[in-house]
Write a protein that binds this ligand. Structure first.
Ligand SMILES: [Fe+2]
Ligand SMILES: [Fe+2]
Length: 279
């Protein structure tokens, strides 16, 4: 994957070429996607706490890796938020994020019993690989669809981080001493995680990021409607090669051949579904 070689790990907001910004080339639908993504990324600390509970008592290096991963996800939120504030001065990351936090808490993060909602650490790592496959291909697609130079750079930097996150969780998956799961069990976990992407999180983030507080009364949150709008907005930026890469990464995470028939059928199904959402 070439993006991983372009931008090295450990970059900060100071490394970004903010002066490359060209307001005349901002695409409004990409900007709407950037605002929504900023809120989801900025919410990473909850996920860090959850994963640390799942890995309680694990090697110190694993816990340090989780902290580092969370810091990078939060930085994605910050960099996307700062970009959105530049492109649309009426957007305020902190304000939109506060509304998002107030209205959205994933059920399993509020549980206190520790343990993974996927049933095991291996299952949890497969679910994380699914998410990182999704974000890695999403920001690659955003980079390739974007004509505005600053956002191209930012999306490229984030895509490279997301690919490294995938590798981190893939390696952590292989390092677990728990018994290996069957292929079907792993596939069910992966499909379950993909289906969760249809949940409230993305739709509500899109709403809070793109409907201003003063417009709320006239445009109340409608989960079905905003889920449709945010899916259509996201689907429009992909090309088939990004979907093929996404499916190959997921298929590899479940231990099947990334170039075999499961990946082939999976890519066709996802591509067809995406084209429906984009329509
Ligand atoms: Fe991220
Ligand atoms: Fe990530």
């Amino acid at each position: 994957m070439t993006v991983a070689t372009v931008y090295k790990q450990g970059w900060t907001l100071d490394d970004v070429h903010w002066d490359w910004f060209d307001p005349s080339r901002v695409d409004p639908s990409l900007l709407a996607a950037v605002k929504a993504a900023a809120l989801v990324e900025y919410n990473a600390p909850d996920y860090v706490d959850y994963l640390k509970r799942v890995f309680q008592g694990a090697e110190p290096q694993t816990l340090a890796d989780i902290e580092q991963w969370g810091a990078e996800e939060s930085q994605h939120g910050k960099v996307l938020g700062r970009y959105a504030e530049m492109a649309d001065p009426s957007f305020k990351l902190d304000e939109a994020f506060a509304r998002f936090r107030k209205g959205y808490t994933p059920a399993h993060f509020s549980g206190k019993d520790g343990g993974s909602v996927r049933g095991s650490r291996r299952g949890e790592m497969i679910a994380r690989c699914v998410v990182e496959s999704g974000t890695s291909s999403y920001y690659s697609a955003m980079r390739d669809a974007c004509e505005e130079p600053l956002l191209r750079e930012i999306a490229g930097r984030i895509a490279a981080d997301e690919y490294r996150h995938y590798k981190l969780f893939y390696d952590t998956l292989g390092a677990q001493k728990e018994p290996e799961l069957s292929l079907w069990r792993k596939l069910l976990i992966a499909i379950g995680r993909v289906r969760e992407s249809d949940d409230d999180e993305l739709a509500f983030a899109y709403y809070c990021a793109n409907v201003k507080p003063e417009e709320e009364a006239a445009k109340p949150y409608d989960r079905k409607l905003y889920s449709k709008i945010s899916s259509a907005n996201g689907a429009a930026i992909y090309s088939r090669k990004h979907i093929e890469k996404l499916v190959q990464m997921v298929v590899k995470a479940v231990g099947a051949d990334p170039h075999g028939w499961i990946a082939g059928i999976g890519a066709s199904l996802v591509w067809r579904r995406l084209q429906k959402s984009a329509a």
